[in-house]
Design a protein around this ligand. Structure first.
Ligand code: SF4
Length: 435
């Protein structure tokens, strides 16, 4: 059963009298267990829908819809499938106590992998899940492979019952499903031979394995189950060299690099980031693969849209990882706008100084970086630090942080998104709400 959260006005559902709270039971006689069933079993133009209205009345609707007509139903959020692992590198295990509850939720859900590109280990798949993946053709999936040698994967996931991922992938790819893979690389556990074997196994899937991202392990000061070696420049370099060997082969044989090091690996190894052409359609950008290159591209494309704002003093807050790359970008912005940019490198007070990603800075870091800076006309902060409700990871509200600071503060994804409006009298906020 799935339950209706909202009904769009003038939609098929509202005409039928379906209201919030209605339970949708079956479509064409098949049980509706979740949003996937709802999507796929009601995809035809005509179907029979059994529902229970909030007053308990059970109704059967014969639905026929024309081209482009939608039901107008938004479902209640699904119960997310929890993970059965305790990965060496689990970021959630590295969270401090006392944060808001949803941050501690360890989801491992193939349905969200298909729907939103969340990575899933597939370690909690049941027979019924395999059947659904194949029947609904849930492709591509985003799979946290981490290692293909079974014993290494059990160790990495701290789960002796984890299934053999190669067999699982064989099963779904035999049914025409493609996947993007990721490996969080832990020196001493899945680098060197394990990495080599894993890339060989994944490459053997041919076109079914669309891409592989190699991401360096990232720990906070609270990570307590880690047994690997430290991820230093030497390890990062070795991992990138392995990736490049496979990427050269893939480029020759498949016409694309196929395996990609995340930006963080390049920064750790102090090696230049590849150009945009290397990343193709940036399929793993959410995984930090090509994000910096994409940012550079967006800035370059946006420069011509920027107004002259000569002499304005603009603070740009970022984390330590991005700081070395910023001066070149800010120079370009200065040339285009005439503004004076000041790079402000913030340290992560919640997760500790080992966490250097700009997007994980918290409200307290922004406050500390900008308080008392009456010399700045405005400040830009990474928009990724704030969720859809305008809240930082430390539960501070963006509006409160903004109110406490002496200059206007704007969340920004690529500088251009804010600066292109800066000659207008009222600048709209990007990326955050007052909610
Ligand atoms: S799969 Fe691993 S990394 Fe992901 S939530 Fe579970 S324990 Fe954490």
């Amino acid at each position: 059963m799935v339950r209706v959260l909202r009904v769009a006005p003038d939609s098929i559902a509202s005409e039928l009298g379906i209201v919030p709270g209605t339970e949708l039971l079956r479509a064409n006689g098949r049980d509706l267990a979740d949003f996937l069933d709802w999507e796929f079993l009601t995809a035809d133009d005509a179907f029979e829908l059994e529902a229970r209205l909030p007053d308990g009345e059970e109704v059967v609707f014969d639905i026929e819809r024309g081209d482009g007509d939608t039901m107008g139903i938004e479902l209640e959020p699904p119960n997310v499938r929890r993970c059965a692992n305790r990965c060496e590198f689990c970021f959630i295990e590295g969270l401090p106590k006392g944060l808001r509850k949803p941050l501690y939720m360890r989801d491992d859900d193939y349905r969200l992998s298909f729907a939103y590109g969340n990575f899933a280990t597939l370690s909690n798949l049941k027979e019924r899940d395999f059947a659904r993946i194949l029947e609904y053709r849930l492709s591509p999936l985003y799979v946290s492979v981490h290692a293909t040698p079974w014993e290494a994967r059990k160790k990495l996931l701290n789960n002796p019952r984890v299934p053999n991922i190669v067999e699982q992938l064989r099963r779904i790819t035999a049914g025409g499903i493609q996947f993007h893979g990721q490996m969080v690389v832990v020196p001493g556990l899945n680098d060197r031979e394990v990495l080599e074997q894993s890339l060989a196994d994944l490459y053997a899937f041919g076109d079914a394995c669309l891409s592989v991202a190699l991401v360096p392990v990232g720990l906070t000061q609270f990570s307590h189950i880690y047994t690997g070696e430290s991820m230093d420049a030497g390890n990062a370099t070795r991992i990138l060299e392995a990736a490049e060997r496979w990427a050269e082969r893939a480029q020759r044989e498949r016409g694309e690099p196929w395996v990609y090091g995340s930006d963080e690996l390049y920064l750790l190894a102090d090696r230049p980031l590849p150009a945009a052409a290397h990343y193709g359609d940036f399929a793993q950008i959410e995984n930090g693969v090509g994000a910096v290159t994409s940012l550079r591209e967006r800035v370059a494309e946006g420069l011509s849209r920027l107004p002259r704002i000569d002499g304005r003093r603009i603070g740009v807050v970022t984390g330590r990882a991005m700081a070395p790359l910023m001066p070149a970008l800010l120079d370009r912005l200065t040339a285009a706008t005439g503004a004076r940019f000041e790079l402000i490198e913030a340290t992560n007070s919640l997760f500790g100084p080992t966490v250097t990603t700009a997007g994980l800075l918290v409200g307290a870091d922004i406050l500390r970086s900008l308080e008392g800076r009456t010399d700045l006309d405005l400040a830009l902060i990474p928009a990724e630090t704030i969720n859809d409700n305008g809240i930082f990871l430390d539960d501070k509200a963006f509006v409160d942080v903004r109110e406490a600071l002496p200059m206007p503060v704007y969340p920004s994804y690529d500088f251009v998104d804010v600066l292109e409006h800066e000659d207008k009298p009222s600048c709209s906020l990007s990326g955050a709400t007052d909610a």
